[in-house]
Design a protein around this ligand. Sequence first.
Ligand code: 4NP
Length: 145
Amino acid sequence: MVCLGNICRSPLAEGILKSKTKNLEVDSAGTAGYHIGKQPDIRSIDIAKKHDINLTSQRARQFSTRDFDDFDKIYAMDNDNYSKIISLARSQKDMDKVDLILNEIYPKEYKSVPDPYYGGDEGFQNIYNLLEVSCEVIAKKYETR
Ligand code: 4NP
């Protein structure tokens, strides 16, 4: 799960998907390095907590090309970060791993999860709802039973 800062959207996506799966290894990162080592934004922590999901042990890290080797699927939260990840890809195989998370619920529409950082709490409710539905689809698709 990849956003810009790895403190708002992708930590929430990581927490939600982890809550729905047992056998998947799920992680998150940001394309930018501004918040490396920080806990998720308190607004993401709070909205997750309302749904019994604990984000407090997460720490922000920056996306690196190694992630193309370590993961089978890379979900970008928005189009800017999608482009950034694609620009770091070393091969077609790397590129094929990358998708926009909202394409799971709006196939091939290339919609972005809005950046909630400078907005109010209602922005976090909106991203929670979008990520909840997307992660449900992802869990059904990849969780092996
Ligand atoms: P995120 O949100 O990419 O969902 O973690 C942001 C966090 C920080 C900043 C921008 C977006 N920032 O500009 O510091």
